[in-house]
Each structure stands twice: as structure tokens, then as C-alpha cells.
Ligand binder design. Structure first.
Ligand code: AMP
Ligand code: MG
Length: 412
């Protein structure tokens, strides 16, 4: 099969561009306690209301000194103590030092903190003879980490476990974030049975919803599971109507192909508008995108690898835009040398499942084996996609291919 055998298939890049062009970010915001804001997208720039640290403090347990007092070898008396949370108060006579702990406020007049390991304690006082003291040594200046008013995170940043404690250091208890996109999803197919039931002849378990839900949640969406809907036009229509009331986006799996029980596309045409259908991607060709009266629509193919993969490759960027996550970046692609052969016909861009490793500083990749769109084990074993260009044919061992490393949404 050559390119000319797949006329009319839309290129992935064109499909992505169309979706991104049409989607506009959700504007509704909410204010959340910081501890509940993980995974949400900031709806405003965050500027620091304080200096961090708020005061110059000691980086070591040791002795606060005035460098002028270290000119002679005379031992220094200890004038008092400074602990974290309990600053030194009182007189600090010339010729004395202050015992100081990590995090304690630097006493006024102090030039340096000398580590306790570098001094000797004698009956006559603290001896600093072997110390090479430099001005401001072991002192963390006020605002060393973050200046008052500094932009710490921009609107559109999705809050990670690294951001939350940084915001906490600023004393910010609540943040204004965009509401998460609501995504309703359901599986279609007379053959699909829920887990925990016995399969009749011809039945299979519905596994797709078990991949769609965690991916949507990892993308930063509220996932609304509407269950399994049989291949019955009336029930499908009723579910579409209900789903669009509940959500910003409706996602289905199955029923978008050209079989006699594939009703999804016809119902979409009746209730809304088909943006595009059928892409030059393998697996995942029958992917459909469009608009219902009250929601966006993405129709994933039923085959388990196709459904999961198109959700990740095609729907994820669109949901990032909808969520206002303006810093979102597509997963990175890097060259790797093949350690196994990959079968392919020209015509569509292949997303084969691969396992990459690094040998002598060079990325290498091998196939996960059976690449059937129904064989989900290939997805479970993989740690990357092997993205084979549309016009490319089969790949031999030792050739260079592009691999796309999974982003964090593929992990727990
Ligand atoms: P369809 O797109 O509805 O023609 O389905 C294509 C293939 O995927 C068929 O073999 C279906 O049985 C299978 N399939 C569809 N939906 C699911 C699902 N939710 N879980 C597992 N397999 C499915
Ligand atoms: Mg079906």
C-alpha cells in the first residue's frame, strides 16, 4: 500500500492545528486553598508579597562575628545566643561573638558566620585562629531566593509538586485557578461487559474506560464516566444529549469506523457538526472530532491501543489549551538507533510502541512485539512511541528512527 492508497486521510499536524485553532480556553476561575491546587492552572500571575528569606539568616551552626574582632588572636567571649525563631537581643560588646544556629536571624553588625567545626572553645573564650573569614560568609541575605514583588509563576502554569511548596514559602494560602475542563466519556459496543461479570459467547470486557479515565485526570481534567452504551442509536443519542449537559468535552470510544453498528458519526452529524474524520495515523485512523451544541466531541476508535493512543496524541494538546495551560509542551522526539526491525507500509504516520534504552550514550529502541491495535500489552510494555514518518516503509535493525518519550501523564 502506498500513499496513493490512502487518499483523503488528513495529516496529524493538520488535525492538531484544526483542533487547537477552534478550541478557546475555559475562562471560569475558582479560588482554592493551596494544598488543593495541585494540577490546576494558575489564572493570574503570582508575585511575591515578601522577601524570601524575610531577613538575613545563618546558613550554618556556628558563631556570628564582626570581622574587625578577628584581627587579633584574642579569644572572643560569647555575648549571647541566636536560634531559629529566637533572635539575639541585647548588647554585643566589641571583642565578643554570638553563638548562632542555622536559620537564626543575623545580629545587627555581624559580618560573617564561622562554622562551629572551625573554632576551638577554651576557658578564655572562642578561638578563631585557623579561620579564613570572608565578608558575608555563611550568611543568606534577605531576598536571596525571591525578591519582594518578583514574578514567581505566570498565569497559565500548571501547578506541580515543585510549585506548591514554593508558593507556601511566600505565605500565599489561596490561589486563583481556572476551573478544570469537564470531560464526559463512555464506551460503545454490544459486546462490552463490565468487569466482575461473566462473559457470554462473543463478549469482551470494556477496558477502554480504564485507560481514558486516568489519562484524562493526569491531563488535568475532571473525568465523568458514563459507562457502557450498547450499539443502539436511541440510547446513544440520549447519552450524547446528557453528556453535553454535564461536560465541556464528550469523548466516546468505538463506533466511529465503517461497520454496520458504527453509529457515532451519524449521531454527531445529526446533533452537531463533524469537524474531521479519518486521519493518516496508525493505529487510530477512524478518529473523529467535532462539535455538539453544548460541547466539543472526540470520537476515539474502539480498538484499545487506538483509543488510548489517539487520546494521548490528539486529544491531550486540545485539553491543555482548553485548560488554559499555556506552558504545555508536546512530548519530545529524539533520534534512536533500532535494535529490532519495524514493519510498516507507507501511507500513514505510525506510532509503534517501543522500549528505549541508552547504550554508550546513544538512544536505542526495540519493538514491544505484537503491534496490533487490539493488543494492549504493547502499550503496557512500552516506554516510548516509535514515530515512523508517513512515507516511510519498513525499518531494518541499525536504522535511525524518531522516538517520542512518554510524558508524565503516562505514569502514576
Ligand atoms: P469499533 O470501533 O466499535 O468497531 O471497535 C473496534 C474493536 O475494538 C472491536 O474489536 C471492539 O470489540 C473493540 N472495542 C471497542 N470498544 C472497546 C472497549 N471499550 N474495550 C475493549 N475493546 C473495545
Ligand atoms: Mg463497536
Amino acid at each position: 500500500m502506498g500513499c496513493c492508497d490512502t487518499p483523503g486521510l488528513m495529516a496529524i499536524e493538520d488535525a492538531l492545528a484544526t483542533m487547537l485553532e477552534r478550541i478557546t480556553p475555559i475562562q471560569a476561575t475558582e479560588t482554592l486553598p493551596l494544598a488543593q491546587a495541585l494540577g490546576y492552572v494558575l489564572a493570574e500571575d503570582l508575585h511575591s508579597p515578601i522577601f524570601v528569606p524575610p531577613f538575613a539568616n545563618s546558613a550554618m551552626d556556628g558563631y556570628a562575628v564582626r570581622l574587625s574582632d578577628l584581627q587579633s588572636d584574642t579569644p572572643l567571649a560569647i555575648a549571647g545566643k541566636a536560634f531559629a525563631g529566637q533572635p539575639f537581643i541585647g548588647e554585643w560588646p566589641v571583642g565578643s561573638c554570638v553563638r548562632i544556629m542555622t536559620g537564626a536571624k543575623i545580629p545587627t553588625g555581624c559580618d560573617a558566620v564561622i562554622m562551629q567545626e572551625q573554632v576551638q572553645l577554651t576557658d578564655a573564650g572562642v578561638v578563631f585562629t585557623s579561620v579564613h573569614a570572608k565578608p558575608q560568609m555563611n550568611i543568606r541575605p534577605k531576598g536571596d531566593d525571591i525578591e519582594l514583588g518578583a514574578l514567581v509563576l505566570a498565569k497559565g502554569a500548571r501547578l506541580t509538586p515543585r510549585d506548591i511548596p514554593m508558593i507556601a514559602t511566600l505565605g500565599i494560602a489561596q490561589v486563583r485557578v481556572f476551573q478544570k475542563p469537564k470531560v464526559a466519556f463512555f464506551s460503545t459496543g454490544d459486546e462490552l461487559k463490565p468487569l466482575g461479570t461473566t462473559l457470554a459467547d462473543g463478549d469482551i470486557y470494556d477496558s477502554n474506560r480504564y485507560g481514558i479515565k486516568p489519562l484524562l485526570e493526569n491531563f488535568g481534567c475532571d473525568a465523568i464516566d458514563l459507562g457502557i452504551i450498547p450499539d443502539c442509536p436511541d440510547q446513544l443519542k440520549a447519552t450524547f444529549l446528557r453528556a453535553q449537559q454535564l461536560a465541556d468535552v464528550v469523548i466516546t470510544s468505538g463506533g466511529v469506523s465503517v461497520g454496520e453498528a458504527d453509529y457515532t458519526k451519524d449521531i454527531l452529524a445529526e446533533l452537531g457538526e463533524i469537524g474531521f474524520w479519518k486521519l493518516a495515523i496508525k493505529p487510530g485512523k477512524p478518529f473523529a472530532f467535532g462539535q455538539l451544541e453544548d460541547a466539543w466531541f472526540c470520537g476515539l476508535p474502539g480498538n484499545p491501543v487506538s483509543a488510548f493512543l489517539t487520546l494521548y496524541v490528539l486529544v491531550q494538546p486540545m485539553l491543555a489549551k482548553l485548560a488554559g495551560h499555556s506552558e504545555w509542551q508536546a512530548p519530545q522526539t529524539i533520534p534512536a538507533v533500532t535494535r529490532s526491525a519495524f514493519k510498516k507500509s507507507p501511507g500513514r504516520t505510525d506510532y509503534q510502541r517501543g522500549i528505549y534504552g541508552i547504550e554508550n550514550g546513544q538512544f536505542v529502541v526495540e519493538s514491544t512485539g505484537n503491534q496490533s491495535s487490539g493488543a494492549f500489552r504493547s502499550m503496557s510494555l512500552a516506554n516510548c512511541f516509535v514515530v515512523l514518518e508517513r512515507d516511510r516503509g519498513s525499518v531494518e535493525i541499525g536504522e535511525t528512527v524518531q522516538i517520542e518519550l512518554f510524558n508524565s501523564t503516562m505514569y502514576a
